[in-house]
Design a protein around this ligand. Structure first.
Ligand SMILES: C[S@@+](CC[C@H](N)C(=O)[O-])C[C@H]1O[C@@H](n2cnc3c(N)ncnc32)[C@H](O)[C@@H]1O
Length: 210
């Protein structure tokens, strides 16, 4: 049972129901398969991007699709102390609680909307969550809504989903609609142990002081 690998089928998911079942089954071995065996690089890369954007350690950060907490643990190591997280999968959230990196954790299906008041957060991260059958590209607008004007959203995603096209199109569309400006785009390691690369993209929400 512990030998079952879930990463390959992650890129073939087509519905939220299938994705939920996938992570409910994977939760117990996710950190080992992703964090250890495949040396997941995106949590650290996204934290570096957030720090480089000028968002300080006292910022309120929402980690969207926090999963088991690898992304929140990287944020905490980067000095952030006020981190909330949300995710579709209760079993992944239960692991995130154990990390101690988060203040508040809540269940959410981002494709159904984020139940958070406008401008609640100084920043948001979405690490490995915009993908096939996962969070759809258009949910980026809801994430931006939850961040204050001048706040920052950092997205980390794999090459497979970048090449699908909806995310680069959405980054361009939110900029064309005057909602945010892309300030950083970097290609690099995603899961080096599996030979998968990916992108980190930083957006600054329109208005306010960055
Ligand atoms: C690859 S994991 C990434 C988790 C964490 N951010 C990390 O970097 O380790 C993808 C996460 O996205 C969550 N997810 C997928 N679809 C979602 C949705 N519609 N709404 C919220 N979370 C979703 C999954 O439950 C899973 O925990």
């Amino acid at each position: 049972m512990g030998d079952e690998k879930f990463l390959p089928s992650s890129y073939g998911l087509g519905t939220t129901e299938a994705t939920l079942a996938h992570y409910e089954a994977w939760a117990g071995t996710y950190d080992t398969e992703i964090g250890e065996e495949n040396r997941y690089a995106q949590p650290e890369r996204c934290t570096r991007a957030l720090l480089a954007s000028g968002v300080g350690p006292d910022a309120r950060v929402l980690d969207v699709g926090c999963g088991s907490g690898l992304s929140g643990v990287a944020l905490a190591r980067g000095g952030y102390a006020l981190i909330d997280g949300c995710d579709l999968s209760p079993s992944m959230l239960a692991l995130a609680v154990e990390t101690g990196a988060y203040e508040t954790l809540f269940e959410a299906d981002l494709n159904q909307g984020l139940d958070v008041a406008d401008a609640t957060y100084d920043a948001a991260t979405a690490v490995g969550v915009f993908s096939f059958g996962h969070i759809r590209a258009d949910a980026l607008r809801d994430v931006l809504r939850a961040v204050r004007p001048g706040g920052v959203v950092v997205v980390g995603l794999n090459d497979h989903f970048w090449d699908e096209g909806s995310m680069p199109a959405e980054f361009d569309a939110v900029e064309a609609d005057g909602l945010a400006t892309t300030t950083f785009r970097q290609h690099g390691e995603h899961l080096p142990g599996a030979g998968i690369e990916g992108w980190v993209v930083t957006l600054v929400k329109t208005g306010g002081d960055a």
